[in-house]
Ligand binder design. Structure first.
Ligand SMILES: *Cc1c(COP(=O)(O)O)cnc(C)c1O
Length: 438
């Protein structure tokens, strides 16, 4: 049996319709932007392997650092013990983060980073209640706030808390009645939109993906709308949780998408690009005010949360190595190059593939871009994740040496930053060929 057949015997793949699924492609090597299969076929990884990879696959510098750490200290319990990579990473991250953060809490991935953020916010209010630390701050004895505000079309992960604050759609349908109650509002995609005005007095926290809703079809909404919303939340003492699991580490043209707004979050969740996409790691950072609500003589005010591999030294080391690469001027220049090429390509697409474009090819709509990320819809069938054009596009793109995985009929490009001009041009060429041929 070959590897694909052995896989079919024992593996269940994520987000994969099992019936009629195609054999998975065995990848034997990663090299820069390329994924290389058993036959030696090379594919440009145009979606950064589910949005995680920043500097290319099997990066020798990150690999070297991980190796050194693995032969020094691979893992240690993180309660009662600490280690250099965890402390150093926190020391380096805190001044880079968009806001006045003072503590880093480690976990395992994006979903857990979100769970931690929501739990911190809810327990903050619970700790403040009654005789809580700083309850005088609010003058009156109030009911702890317990409502959560989130955005329609959002995606925050696949664990129950993360699903609860995510859009109630195809991903969460089977669990609908087990998810906790959340107030959902629309993020506005047009300027000068009216702010929704839900009653915020009982709201503990507002969680949002700043500007770009990734799994929600890469939709982009107005920074001005978010700014107004954040100001309103701050006025009403609502804790603002920025989920930058996808937008963090330079994807959107700023180091963090929260930098597009003046009002900064109280909690931020990071993962994906954190380790350059090499090892799973989650970070939830919070402000001093939130942390202080957990500092008490009352042991019940402890944050009872942790994972076996919290602050794994290998993962922290990979994150430090990735930061070294990310902070090089050459990496800034690469991200600028990608942004520029993206706008040029979109302008070109606009002339060819809008409804007034050439006959015979597929039409596109809603062209959009934020920094290194570009997206548009293919005007074919019903908009949404279940649109089957996605798997057709993946197949054709692979046959042309590019890996794309559209979200339904939303085609997007999110390359590793190390992609060269020629390689990115090849991705664009393949996209155009697909639009012409399909
Ligand atoms: C991917 C993603 C998550 C979940 O991260 P995992 O590591 O896949 O659990 C959470 N929030 C956002 C915005 C994401 O894009």
């Amino acid at each position: 049996m070959n590897l694909a057949q052995r896989d079919r015997q024992v593996i269940w793949h994520p987000y994969t319709h099992q019936k009629g699924m195609l054999d998975p492609i065995p990848i034997i090597k990663g090299d820069g932007v390329y994924l290389i299969d058993e036959q030696g076929n090379k594919y440009i990884d145009a979606i950064s392997s589910w949005w995680v990879n920043l500097h290319g696959h099997a990066h020798p510098y990150i690999a070297e650092k991980i190796y050194e750490q693995a032969t020094t200290l691979e893992q240690v319990i993180f309660a009662g013990f600490t280690h250099e990579p965890a402390v150093k990473l926190a020391e380096r991250l805190l001044p880079l983060l968009p806001g006045n953060f003072s503590k880093i809490f480690y976990s395992d991935n994006g979903s857990t980073a979100v769970e931690v953020g929501i739990k911190m916010a809810l327990q903050y209010w619970s700790n403040l209640g009654e005789s809580g630390v700083g309850s005088q701050e609010f003058g009156v004895k109030t009911q702890p706030r317990n409502k959560v505000l989130a955005l329609n079309n959002s995606y925050h992960g696949d664990t129950f808390g993360a699903m609860s604050v995510s859009d109630r759609g195809v991903f969460t349908l089977a669990f609908q009645d087990k998810l906790f109650e959340v107030i959902f509002i629309d993020a506005f995609t047009a300027p000068n939109s009216e702010l929704p005005t839900p009653d915020l007095s009982q709201v503990a926290c507002f969680i949002y993906e700043p500007l770009l809703q990734g799994a929600g079809s890469m939709s982009i909404y107005e920074a001005a709308w978010l700014e107004a919303m954040l100001e309103k939340c701050k006025e009403q003492k609502v804790i603002c949780i920025a989920d930058e699991v996808m937008t963090g580490f330079g994807r959107t043209g700023k180091l963090f998408a929260s930098e597009y707004c003046e009002t900064k979050p109280d909690i931020i969740c990071l993962s994906k690009g954190l380790t350059g996409g090499t090892i799973a790691l989650g970070v939830t950072a919070c402000t001093e005010k939130i942390y202080n609500a957990f500092v008490s003589d009352d042991k019940l005010k402890t944050f009872f949360h942790g994972h076996s591999f919290t602050a794994n030294p290998l993962a922290c080391t990979a994150a430090l190595a990735s930061l070294d690469l990310l902070q090089k001027t050459s990496c800034d220049q690469q991200r600028e190059l990608i942004s520029k090429m993206n706008s040029r390509f979109l302008a070109q697409l606009t002339t060819h593939f809008l409804p007034t474009g050439q006959a015979g090819s597929l039409l596109t709509k809603n062209h959009r871009q934020l920094g290194t990320i570009l997206a548009f819809e293919i005007d074919n069938g019903k908009d949404g994740y279940l649109n089957t054009i996605s798997s057709q596009i993946t197949q054709i793109a692979l046959s042309k040496g590019v890996y794309l995985r559209p979200l339904g009929n939303t085609l997007y490009i999110m390359p590793p930053y190390c992609i060269s001009e020629e390689q990115l041009q090849k991705v664009y060429d393949v996209v155009e060929e697909i639009l012409e041929e399909l």
